[in-house]
Design a protein around this ligand. Structure first.
Ligand code: MN
Length: 381
């Protein structure tokens, strides 16, 4: 019997790769949701025959209804649609692979409905980590990490006690600009930044990888998922993206997870957990790589990483502010409105401008997010 899966963000990079895993293992697709890629969504609906489909941008809702008028399917839109899917307990597991803060409400909705969440939406944990983890604990609903580093850590923890975890070694590829100086980063274009050496990903995360904000987001994500202190996480640059992260136990024994850099491996691990079966990817040949390298990250040049470490140390609403500011700054960089180095400056500005709040409820998270976006938009308009 295959599991029943709902996928939020089915037309994105993680979504399409997860459907390759679905093809391989014969899952039943219960629901699909996309942001606005209506052509691909229609194709997916005709192939996988889900019971529910959602298009996030309402302006495409009528068009989708017309296109699918020959099918017996429930068609939803907007945030209500995402949460409608997230609360539908016919699914055994929901993969949340939407980009950005949009993912927070659906994640909480699924947890409250008691549905296991395979989480690829890292902004969810960055902005609302305390709320998401508290809900997961209260409801006894597991969150299975899809991010490759967190999947690696999760895999290294299997069969061991998390109480004896001494440290997490979070690996970073270093992105396309590893080794560059501030001067060399001044005239970077979106086209330069969108060329990642190892991973094939969506545009937001690719820019985050170039600024190292992606590692900052993952630092915070790791803190919440594995309940460690910031001092227990060490970021190590590993250019080959073969060793996806490691854990060190109290006896200083280090266990790492390795594999080719292909998101289908962590996606499949979350979807089939705890089973392991053949994955539609390549085997790892260590001899083909010959050597693996490790180095300290350059925190002076790539300011977003230390800003994220600072954000989680300060706690409260600061990570949500950081994340909101970063989302706006990355979009502005992609639209050619600001320079590459401005991204970190704007994030830092928002972190120091928006009023600090220590304890958070859900509305505080959205308030912090909005205040950060407004602060950045005010400057770049
Ligand atoms: Mn990652």
């Amino acid at each position: 019997m295959g599991k029943k899966i709902s996928i939020l963000g089915s037309t994105g990079s993680i979504g399409t790769q997860s459907l390759e895993v679905v093809d391989k293992h014969g899952f039943e697709v219960h629901a699909l949701a996309a942001y606005k890629s209506i052509d691909l969504l229609e194709k997916q609906v005709r192939k996988y025959r889900p019971k529910i489909v959602c298009i996030y941008c309402d302006e495409f809702y009528n068009e989708l209804k017309n296109r699918l008028s020959d099918m017996n399917i429930k068609i939803l839109c907007g945030m209500d649609g995402l949460c409608g899917i997230a609360s539908d307990t016919s699914a055994d597991i929901i993969l949340n692979s939407v980009v950005g803060m949009v993912g927070l409400k659906p994640t909480l909705t699924a947890i409250n409905a008691g549905i296991t969440v395979a989480l690829a939406n890292k902004e969810t944990l960055v902005a609302g980590g305390s709320l998401v983890m508290a809900a997961s604990k209260a409801k006894g609903v597991p969150i299975l990490p899809v991010d490759s580093e967190h999947s690696a850590i999760f895999q290294c923890l299997q069969g061991n006690s998390i109480k004896q975890l001494h440290k997490i070694i979070l690996t970073a590829s270093g992105g396309p600009f590893y080794g560059k100086t501030i001067d060399e980063l001044k005239n970077i274009t979106p086209k330069d930044a969108l060329k990642h050496p190892n991973w094939n990903m969506g545009s937001k995360i690719t820019i985050d990888s170039a600024t190292l904000m992606n590692k900052g987001l993952e630092f915070i994500e790791a803190k919440w998922l594995f309940d460690v202190t910031p001092e227990q996480i060490e970021v190590v640059v590993h250019r080959q993206s073969v060793l996806h992260s490691a854990v060190e136990y109290d006896d200083y024994s280090v266990i790492a997870q390795m594999g080719v850099p292909d998101m289908k491996i962590p996606i499949q691990y979350a979807l089939l957990y705890p089973d392991r079966m053949e994955c539609p990817t390549k085997e790892l040949s260590l001899c083909d790589y010959g050597s693996l390298t490790f180095a300290k990250p350059d925190m002076e040049t790539f300011r977003c990483l230390p800003l994220a470490v600072d954000a989680i140390k300060r706690g409260g609403n600061i990570p949500a502010i950081m994340n909101g500011a970063n989302e706006v700054a990355v979009a502005a960089f992609l639209n050619g409105k600001i320079d590459f180095l401005r991204i970190a400056e704007l994030v830092e500005y928002a972190m120091n401008t928006v009023p600090f709040k220590k304890t958070l409820c859900l509305s505080d998270v959205f308030e912090a997010d909005e205040a950060a976006r407004n602060a950045v938009n005010e400057i770049i308009k």
